[in-house]
Design a protein around this ligand. Structure first.
Ligand code: SF4
Length: 141
C-alpha cells in the first residue's frame, strides 16, 4: 500500500519540506534541493535516529540528577528501552562536563555528561522548565 508523508530536512538551514512516497520497500523523495535531502528522508523513513538528552540520578548531595546525552544517535523506536536502562543507573562519582559514562547501554552507547557536576552549580532537578527527555534530530517523537 502506498503511503505519502512530508518531512522537513534538517541537513542544512534551508529546511526543505520533502515529500516521501513509500510503496513497500520502494521510497520516492520529492522536493529536496540536493542529494543530502533524499538520503535524510530515506533514513528518516526507514529507521529514524535521535540523540537522547536526559538526566541521570546521582548520589551527590544537593544534586539529585545530572544532565547527560547519548554518545551516538539511537533508533527512535528504542528510546523508551534506553530510558528504562538509564533510569536504573545511579552516578556515584562527580565526572567533569564531557566525560563518558558506561552504564551498560546496548551497542556500546555511552552517556556524555552535559551538565555542570560541581556542587555550586545547583540541582538541575529544580531548574524551572526542565524536561524529562529531549530528542534531538528530525521530527518530534
Ligand atoms: S534538501 Fe538539501 S538544500 Fe534542502 S534542507 Fe536538505 S540539505 Fe538543505
Amino acid at each position: 500500500m502506498k503511503k505519502t508523508g512530508i518531512i522537513t530536512c534538517i541537513e542544512c538551514p534551508r529546511g526543505c519540506r520533502v515529500t516521501v512516497e513509500q510503496d513497500g520497500d520502494s521510497i520516492k523523495v520529492l522536493g529536496n534541493r540536493c542529494s543530502k535531502g533524499e538520503e535524510y528522508a530515506i533514513r528518516e523513513t526507514r529507521c529514524p535516529m535521535r540523540t537522547l538528552t536526559t538526566t541521570v540520578r546521582t548520589t551527590f548531595p544537593g544534586m539529585k540528577r545530572l544532565p547527560v546525552r547519548t554518545s551516538t544517535e539511537i533508533p527512535l523506536k528504542d528510546i523508551f528501552f534506553f530510558m528504562e536502562q538509564i533510569n536504573r543507573y545511579t552516578l556515584k562519582e562527580r565526572l567533569p562536563h564531557g566525560a563518558e559514562i558506561s552504564c551498560g547501554l546496548p551497542g556500546d552507547v555511552r552517556l556524555i555528561v552535559t551538565g555542570d557536576p560541581r556542587p555550586e552549580a545547583g540541582d538541575p532537578a529544580h531548574w524551572e522548565g526542565s524536561a524529562g527527555v529531549i530528542l534531538q534530530g528530525g521530527r518530534t517523537a
